[in-house]
Design a protein around this ligand. Structure first.
Ligand SMILES: C[S@@+](CC[C@H](N)C(=O)[O-])C[C@H]1O[C@@H](n2cnc3c(N)ncnc32)[C@H](O)[C@@H]1O
Ligand code: SF4
Length: 392
């Protein structure tokens, strides 16, 4: 393949995002395999924030000038951070890159009353969107999920968010043990009544090496089978679409125009810097797509950054084929699908027309009027298999 066919130049105004990972939580939820850690003896927040500043400076030295269109504080539980820490990190992003006037700045928050008291401080620091992990509107379910808040406390936090931020979203987990179609429908409708423009609705995944995986393997955690899970998914699509919150991604629903711009940067294959323990990044440098990953263990990451300016453990150039397959993998999660011409420009080859034709015949994919390839409503539950079929 001729490299000259690969279009990796960065047009002006190309979106650039910064992801900042705060890896600490008050307790570990039994279903969660995110890079999150509990530190009963406390966290030296000042020292961590200084290391975040260092890693931002080191990353910016590599990328050069960029205009940041989105910043996302994810976790872990970033709402355990002091607003002053968030402010310092945002100042550092502004110092080393420039932040677009209309940048989306999101912070992931756990919906407890203590955390809600910090919302105003985050707003003053520049955060303009919060994403709350409500998870369920049912106290028994919240207890089973190991959450530290009640449904009412979560709804109170949503109300505080609504009063302070222009934009907010919240997450729910469905296909939980014992959940029925009627129960989920009622819960989802109650959630929609409290939602503004965006909801993330995740089907419970039993992640390997979590307490839920152990319980599941021992037959002590009965989650919905494939048929019920599929019905719960279909119900979710119908109820949300009727309420004006269609899915724009397999688990994300928004009023048109209110999609999470940060996550769209990932799914559309644009550029983002990953800062903090276990953060992933994708940078376009010197015409190549670079995949980065940092040390996951918080204290080891801290020592690496203090010693060398960065916590990188992975820093590799992706081949054109890998870049194109990532675009396919991420882009097909979106209702808008992917642009086959961009796939061709990235990889230097077309998506196999025979495989597209076969999947089309099975009703799993379709071409839109403007020539994009997307997964159909009935293909979405089989997304992993569709992507595996189309990837090189
Ligand atoms: C980084 S986590 C959560 C942020 C925040 N710490 C919280 O718990 O509220 C992002 C979201 O992933 C979802 N999630 C985590 N583990 C999951 C699992 N095993 N199955 C489905 N959804 C999951 C939850 O809805 C969660 O809010
Ligand atoms: S779900 Fe959120 S609060 Fe619970 S362990 Fe994971 S990151 Fe922490």
């Amino acid at each position: 393949m001729r490299l000259s066919m690969v279009n990796m130049t960065i047009p002006p105004n190309t979106p650039f995002a910064v992801y900042v990972h705060w890896p600490f939580c008050l307790s570990k939820c039994p279903y969660c395999d995110f890079n999150s850690h509990v530190r009963h003896s406390g966290v030296d927040e000042t020292r961590f924030v200084r290391a975040f500043e260092t890693e931002i400076a080191t990353t910016a030295e590599r990328t050069g000038t960029r205009t940041v269109s989105s910043i996302f504080f994810g976790g872990g539980t970033p709402s355990l951070m002091q607003p002053e820490s968030v402010q310092t990190i945002l100042d550092s992003v502004a110092k080393h890159w420039s932040i677009a006037g209309d940048a989306e700045i999101t912070l992931e928050a756990n919906p407890t009353s203590v955390e809600a008291t910090r919302f105003r401080g985050y707003r003053s620091a520049g955060v303009n969107r919060v994403s709350l992990g409500v998870q369920a509107l049912d106290d028994a379910a919240l207890k089973e999920l190991g959450r530290l808040h009640s449904a009412q406390e979560a709804l109170d936090a949503v109300a505080v968010a609504r009063a302070i931020f222009e934009r907010y979203s919240f997450d729910l987990i469905y296909a939980r043990p014992g959940q029925t179609l009627a129960g989920w429908k009622a819960e989802l409708k109650r959630a929609i009544a409290q939602a503004a423009e965006h909801l993330s609705l995740y089907q419970l995944t039993i992640e390997p090496d979590t307490p839920f995986a152990g319980l599941h393997a021992a037959g002590k955690l009965a989650v919905p089978g494939d048929d019920l899970a599929r019905d719960l998914y279909d119900l979710t699509q119908t109820v949300c679409a009727e309420a004006g919150l269609p899915a724009y991604e397999i688990s994300n629903h928004a009023r048109p125009g209110a999609e999470c711009r940060h996550n769209l940067i990932y799914w559309r294959g644009h550029e983002y810097a990953g800062i903090g323990p276990g953060a992933h990044g994708r940078l376009n440098i010197g015409g190549r797509r670079i995949a980065t990953e940092t040390e996951k263990r918080p204290e080891s990451w801290l020592m690496r950054v203090e010693a060398s300016g960065s916590g990188l453990t992975v820093d590799e150039k992706l081949t054109p084929g890998e870049t194109a397959d990532e675009y396919l993998l991420m882009g097909l999660r979106l209702a808008e699908g992917i642009d086959p011409a961009r796939y061709l420009a990235l990889s230097g080859r077309e998506i196999d027309p025979q495989r597209v034709a076969d999947l089309h015949e099975e009703g799993a994919v379709e071409m839109t009027a403007d020539g994009r390839l997307r997964v159909t409503q009935s293909g979405f539950p089989l997304l992993d298999a569709v992507v595996a079929d189309l990837a090189a």
